[in-house]
Design a protein around this ligand. Structure first.
Ligand code: BGC
Length: 945
């Protein structure tokens, strides 16, 4: 830290600045702008702006007050940190007066700069406390049991209950809040207007342990006099189908948590005169069926517009024929908490690209992009005309919609017209699909493009990354990665959005987690899902293969490569955002998992062949979808054990837990020793006792045989630092040799593909990494792009122009982010953006330049950026006639070590002056053909002649 500050102080004198000092912006609480939270010590953050280079915060002051008027130094009644020295601008825990439910906290901050000069106060921001104790919920769980109406031969799909209640608002309002949750899904309306714009509320949790609620400011939606409170419920994850159970033919396929969706809502108003009143769900509410005849998250929605009870969601409606709502008992141990994640929303709309006529008067609309979401329709026809919408990711060569890969997911929406001569519009409320193509049948005329509008749905994670090059294939690949992330980060990270799975497979999530942090701000998204993971921890301490984890299949337990998500995901969030709360809150669960591993290794600290023969599939999923002989899953499990021990040691350090730091450091060393003793020979080559696996029966692809000497083995060993530093190069050589033997083609599956390019880069084989990255031959990322992909596929050749869906079409998801984990290498190596301290407080810019002379097939210009907790980092390089140009942006309050690819400092210009004489950056030295400089905040341009 001392070096850092002195560097900043020495450099500051020479910078030409306009706006001096520091301006705090983007004030957030628990990663959100002006949120509602139930964290008793919510964490605050801000970003700093400055017109000066080399700026750093030396102190800050936060004020928190209970009214905007009190937000002054003299009056701040909740918290005044006074001048507090330090650089911290994020993860600052509120430590003021204890906060009670419903308190609105107004806050602002100012920062002292490197010269000790305080800047201006920021604009005010706020957060609001939710309901902190469960007994503040006075509302009942209400619903209407319609389960008996779920007729149907294949699917049991009961209609959606409608609930309503008229309330009288006696006088003018000062403030009104609506707290709502559901077991299932809800949409809530006040006087016909939907509360908020979130979709699929309140999200998926282990409903026996906790359920989340949303809070809406409805002050302006209510008026003195009669007001209508109205809600529709759906079955969702709580009572609807969970597709994976259909796939594996589990005896139970739906209603895993309960049969009847339930609502709990509480409207609390404060009148202008200070008096208060509350209205809540109870037995006085009325209930009925309505127009939503079928409503299932996976299978789709059916809406008969003729049955819409017109005006039911507004005042003055006659509900005398409606039934009384049924009241259901609560589970006392179930927590009710504020939804911690980013809301699921419509994040974008997509217009139709083309329409194709199909036989029988149906039409297929091409949306031009594979995505997850729904469509809104605009149609005209007679009452009773039935529009059927089917969804597919691909077309067959003859133009038919390809739905084989949906397997048991019906994914069909139906709209029955009421016959409005003006035309009718509709969109489903409680379902979504993964698709690019929409087949519309049942319309009596040829529709125009405006008949359908695509509504992209996903957790609203702010976009933080960008990646552009002069190579069209690479740009498309990056777009595919981001689209696939968006299609699968929907409340939880899923494997795929379309077919009968759509569950939180932990293996997919862990291999991709770091990549995700380069594209979007996923801090609060993982804050939510890591709780799901910990809730799903098994009795024996293992983490499951998916979370949340209802009993979708009896034989599902845990799997190496999947279960480690419980350690890896919190770790990646810590590294990307400096979040230590996830570590301290998860520590008991994470420690239990480490104990589970220790117990499983039976004191040997290595998992020998067949160590996991008792699970199904034997050994777990292993290097899922790899080619050729299998990497022994037990060997991979052992690598992961060492890796998890390292991450635990680092995380223990982050929360000042010295005891566990020591403990896990020692375990990491023991595992490494045992692993190498068992799985590698004297030359450092990985081996296994393949005979121990017999004919491989029961193992994933076990018939292919097993060998320790695989791309996946070395890629992981290098990435996870299993081998001794002195042996790393050797492992790199083995990896290169194996690739060469394979025609320089990858053979890695889910667990091997992610570390493959980083491992090549780490062992000085960047050119080969680029070769694989830029390849357009099967199997490769480029191959998929060449085949017309707009998302990442489950298999490299899920579809080929030449052979179509040549394998089993049913096992081909066209929106599966696991192989998108190459994103980590794209940002971390190709652009060279690597955090050296959590949250990018310090970072390296160490771009690896693509090989020259590849013309259009190569990369000559690459620009990547990432908005970190500190602000925007940019790394851009371009090869031109006069040499290499490198542009870097270092955010305020951070320091970068920039590695310029040339050792000859006399040939390098920094901001137009010779680097050795540069006053804007500090020369550190040379390393591996690079000149390293240190730079504080600002924009820099380097030219290597
Ligand atoms: C899923 C995967 C998942 C796997 C387990 C598949 O069916 O789609 O992505 O991780 O099963 O191996």
């Amino acid at each position: 830290m001392k070096i850092l500050v002195s560097l900043l102080l020495s450099a500051c004198v020479f910078t030409g600045a306009n706006a001096k000092g520091l301006d705090p912006t983007y004030l957030r609480c628990e990663y959100k702008v002006n949120p509602v939270t139930d964290q008793k010590s919510p964490r605050l953050s801000w970003e700093l702006q400055s017109g000066e280079n080399n700026q750093v915060q030396t102190a800050y002051q936060i004020l928190v007050a209970s009214t905007p008027e009190n937000l002054t130094e003299a009056k701040a009644d909740l918290w005044n940190t006074n001048k507090t020295n330090g650089r911290a601008t994020y993860q600052i825990e509120y430590k003021g007066k204890p906060l009670s439910s419903r308190t609105i906290c107004y806050w602002k901050v100012r920062s002292w700069d490197k010269n000790g000069v305080p800047g201006k106060w920021s604009d005010a921001a706020s957060w609001e406390m939710g309901l902190l104790a469960k007994n503040e919920w006075k509302a009942d769980w209400i619903g209407l049991d319609l389960d008996h109406l779920g007729k149907g031969k294949i699917y049991h799909l009961p209609p959606a209950p409608y609930l309503r209640k008229q309330v009288v608002i006696k006088k003018g309002l000062k403030k009104a809040r609506l707290y709502v949750t559901a077991l299932g899904l809800y949409e809530f309306q006040i006087n016909g207007k939907k509360a908020g714009d979130a979709f699929l509320t309140p999200g998926w949790t282990d409903y026996d342990k906790r359920v989340y609620y949303q809070t809406y400011d409805v002050t302006s939606d209510l008026k003195p006099g009669e007001n209508a409170l109205a809600s529709q419920l759906s079955y969702g994850w709580y009572a609807g189908y969970l597709g994976y159970s259909l796939l594996v033919q589990n005896p139970v396929v739906r209603a895993f948590y309960g049969k009847v969706p339930l609502l709990k809502a509480q409207l609390e108003v404060e009148y202008s005169d200070g008096t208060k009143e509350s209205f809540m769900t109870d037995q006085t509410w009325k209930a009925s069926t309505g127009a939503i005849l079928e409503s299932d998250l996976l299978n789709g929605e059916t809406y008969d517009a003729r049955l819409e009870p017109t005006g039911w969601n507004k005042g003055g409606f006659d509900d005398s024929k409606w039934e009384k709502a049924q009241v259901f008992a609560d589970k006392p141990e179930r927590l009710i908490q504020v939804y911690p994640g980013p809301p699921v929303k419509v994040t974008q709309t997509l217009e139709v690209k083309t329409i194709a006529d199909r036989p029988g008067g149906s039409y297929i609309f091409d949306m031009g992009q594979n995505f997850a979401g729904i469509v809104g329709i605009k149609v005209k026809g007679a009452a009773g005309d039935t529009i059927r919408l089917r969804f597919g990711e691909k077309l067959h060569p003859d133009g038919r919609l390809m739905t084989e890969n949906l397997r048991m997911a019906r994914a069909t929406d139906t709209y029955i017209l009421k016959g409005d001569p003006q035309g009718e519009t509709w969109e489903p409320q409680f379902t979504f699909h993964g698709f690019q193509y929409v087949e519309l049948a049942g319309l009596g005329y040829k529709p125009g493009k405006d008949a359908i509008l695509g509504l992209v749905i996903g957790s609203d994670t702010p976009k933080t990354g960008s990646f552009e090059t002069d190579n069209a294939m690479v740009n498309q690949l990056y777009s595919n990665i981001d689209w696939t992330q968006r299609a699968n980060y929907i409340d939880i990270p899923t494997d795929c959005p379309q077919r009968d799975e759509r569950i939180g497979w932990t293996g997919d999530a862990q291999v991709y987690a770091k990549s995700a942090t380069f594209n979007r701000d996923v801090a609060s998204f993982f804050t939510k899902w890591v709780v799901d993971l910990n809730d799903a921890q098994r009795k024996d301490g293992s983490y499951p293969v998916y979370a949340p984890a209802p009993d979708l299949r009896k034989s599902d337990t845990f799997s190496p490569g999947w279960m480690e998500a419980g350690i890896i995901c919190p770790y990646q969030i810590y590294r990307a955002y400096g979040d230590t709360r996830m570590i301290s809150e998860g520590w008991p669960a994470m420690s239990r998992f480490m104990d589970f591993l220790e117990k499983r290794s039976k004191g040997g600290y290595v998992f020998k062949e067949n160590a996991f023969a008792d699970i199904d599939p034997k050994g777990g999923f292993g290097d899922w979808l790899s080619f050729g002989k299998k990497t022994p899953p037990d060997m991979l499990a052992s690598f992961y054990y060492a890796y998890c021990a390292d991450l635990m040691a680092e995380m223990a350090g982050a929360v000042n837990n010295q005891k566990d730091f020591q403990k896990y450091t020692q375990i990491g060393a023991k595992v490494r020793k045992a692993v190498l003793a068992h799985y590698s020979d004297a030359s450092g080559k990985f081996k296994t006792d393949a005979k121990a696996y017999g004919n491989g029966a029961g193992y994933v692809d076990g018939a292919l045989g097993f060998t320790g000497h695989t791309q996946t083995a070395y890629a992981n060993a290098i990435y996870m630092k299993i081998i001794d530093k002195s042996q790393t190069k050797k492992s790199g050589d083995f990896l290169v040799a194996l690739l060469k033997e394979n025609g320089n083609k990858l053979g890695t599956g889910f667990l091997g593909a992610k570390p493959l390019l980083p491992a090549l880069s780490a062992t000085g084989n960047t050119d080969l990494a680029y070769r694989l990255f830029l390849s357009k031959e099967f199997p490769s990322w480029g191959f998929e792009v060449e085949q017309g992909s707009t998302t990442i596929w489950e298999r490299w050749d899920s579809f080929t122009k030449e052979d179509g869906f040549k394998y089993n079409a049913a096992m081909n998801s066209f929106s599966h982010y696991a192989f998108g984990a190459v994103c980590e290498w794209m940002f971390g190596n190709a652009a060279g953006i690597q955090a050296t301290q959590p949250g990018f407080a310090t970072f390296d810019i160490k771009p690896e330049i693509a090989p020259d002379g590849m013309g259009k097939e190569g990369i000559n210009h690459l620009k990547a950026s990432l908005v970190t907790m500190n602000g925007k980092v940019v790394s851009e390089w371009e090869r031109g006639n006069s040499g290499l140009n490198l542009k870097v942006n270092v955010p305020v309050n951070t320091v970068a070590r920039i590695h310029i690819p040339s050792e000859k400092s006399q040939q390098i210009l920094a901001n137009k002056e010779n680097i050795s004489k540069s006053k804007s950056v500090k020369l550190i030295g040379t390393e591996n053909g690079h000149t390293i400089v240190e730079a504080g905040s600002g924009s820099y341009e380097f030219v290597v002649k």
